[in-house]
Design a protein around this ligand. Structure first.
Ligand code: UGA
Length: 433
């Protein structure tokens, strides 16, 4: 199939590489020449495990093309919109790029007889957006152009984006057109999973509800960690036992310093914004956000109340492991607040250093080695659960630190083990040892 994808971020580029790998002919449209040139050379720009290899393989096979102009829209069966929808200050999703792109797609749609184009939005957009996209397409398309809009939301996670695209729990296709549904079903045929075909608006809502439910599970786990800390229980033991009830489950209920990234925070905010506009009481969703912030504040309080000196080390800056992404990362909030309180901070992250430098520049000291980062420091803070932190030489860590104090925002160590190694170990929702 011939497919055009607008946007080459996590969703756009991963979708492009995976569908090219299935044998389709993909054109990716960007708007920065420098980035398009890098992509053509096999540089994915973003860090995502396996992406570079898949990009290089499909460039070599000439199934992937990166361009700046929209002419490929004319010959494509499917056009995916995969551009960013960042939150505005009021939580509303900023759809300006989606609408600009929709206009350009409309202007480039084919009006050749028997050519049908599906225009499908992969960007996460508030309920009702696809109808607006349809209107923009109609206003700009040549007469007689045959097309239909469809929603085909993405459920991939950063860090496991390729695996998730190949092995999703479900594929959701929503459109008012049977022809569009059939074309999208054909495209997803090699993916062996349940296909949910529904109407346009339901498909849009499914995406927001999925992310809001995930955020709910995390905030619920964090709320329980507040209880556990007050009563001296172990939140992990509590959630392990609770999660054995199959109606509840344990997955995605890890307490910590809260959810970050470009999706969960933005989508909860956008769902609140849409709900308010619809006159729905959004108190429940607002509480999820409130707990997400509270869990960071509690962590910060723990650090401030239990350190004397002002020199700290931080391991882990990315919003989660296996990504260099720091958008809405809890680390940013924690670092900003510690700097305000006069702390000096040394940092290490296996992937996100360059991105964090863009925000904090000379305000932090950067290390390429996790042990060097902690030499002579008052305490070590762990903010991302990278695997390489899990089996470090704890004797060495204790000797290098000025004081044997660790604040673990992701519960990666066993408290009893830490006690045996001689640490003062503060984690989330577990008794201090
Ligand atoms: C999320 C969803 O998981 C994907 O299904 C969805 O496709 C994607 O958003 C999107 O809308 O594009 P992602 O943001 O990549 O994916 O990351 P997650 O794995 O969901 O993690 C989000 C945040 O929650 C991270 O900061 C992580 O540390 C935190 N988290 C996750 C917890 O604090 N506890 C958990 O139990 C799980």
């Amino acid at each position: 199939m011939r497919i055009t994808i607008i946007g080459h971020g996590y969703v756009g580029l991963v979708t492009a590489c995976v569908f090219a790998d299935f044998g389709n002919e993909i054109t990716v449209i960007g708007h920065t020449k420098e980035k398009i040139d890098r992509l053509k050379q096999g540089d994915p720009i973003i860090y995502e495990p396996g992406l570079k290899e898949l990009l290089e393989k499909n460039l070599k096979a000439k199934r992937l093309n990166f361009v700046l102009d929209y002419s490929s829209v004319k010959t494509s069966e499917i056009v995916f919109i995969a551009v960013g929808t960042p939150p505005k200050n009021n939580g509303e999703a900023d759809l300006s790029t989606v609408f600009t792109v929709a206009k350009k797609i409309g202007q480039n749609l084919s009006n050749k007889k028997n050519h049908f184009t599906v225009v499908s939005c992969k960007s996460t957009v508030p309920v009702g957006t696809n109808k607006i996209i349809e209107k923009i397409l109609k206003e700009n398309a040549p007469q007689d152009a045959e097309f239909s809009v469809a929603s085909c939301p993405e459920f991939l996670r950063e860090g496991t984006a390729i695996y998730d695209t190949l092995n999703p729990d479900r594929v959701v296709i929503g459109s008012e057109s049977n022809k569009a549904n059939e074309i999208l079903l054909k495209l997803h045929q090699p993916i062996n999973t349940k296909k949910v075909v529904t109407d346009l608006t339901s498909a849009e809502l499914i995406k927001y509800v999925s992310n809001a439910m995930l955020a709910t599970k995390i905030s619920f786990a964090n709320l329980i960690s507040f209880y556990a800390e007050k009563v001296g229980a172990d939140v992990e033991a509590v959630l392990d036992a609770v999660g054995l009830d199959q109606r509840i489950g344990r997955i995605f209920m890890n307490p910590g310093i809260g959810y970050g990234g470009s999706c969960l925070p933005k989508d909860v905010m956008a769902l609140i914004d849409v709900g308010k506009k619809l006159g729905i009481d959004t108190g429940f969703l607002e509480e999820i956000e409130k707990i997400n912030l509270l869990t960071r504040k509690n962590f910060l309080k723990k650090v401030v109340n239990n350190t004397n000196g002002k020199n700290l080390a931080i391991w882990g800056l990315a919003f989660k492991p296996y990504t260099d992404d720091i958008r809405f990362a809890p680390s940013i909030f924690i670092i900003e607040n510690l700097l305000k309180k006069g702390y000096k901070i040394d940092v290490y992250d296996p992937a996100a250093m360059e991105n964090i430098k863009k925000i904090f520049d000379k305000k932090l000291t950067y290390h390429n080695n996790l042990y060097q980062c902690i030499i002579g420091k008052e305490a070590l803070l762990i903010l991302t659960e990278w695997n390489e932190f899990k089996q470090v030489d704890l004797n060495k860590v204790r000797k290098l630190l000025k004081k044997p104090v660790i604040f673990d925002g992701r519960n990666i160590y066993n408290p009893q083990l830490m006690k045996n190694f001689g640490f003062n170990y503060y984690s989330i929702g577990r008794p201090v040892v």
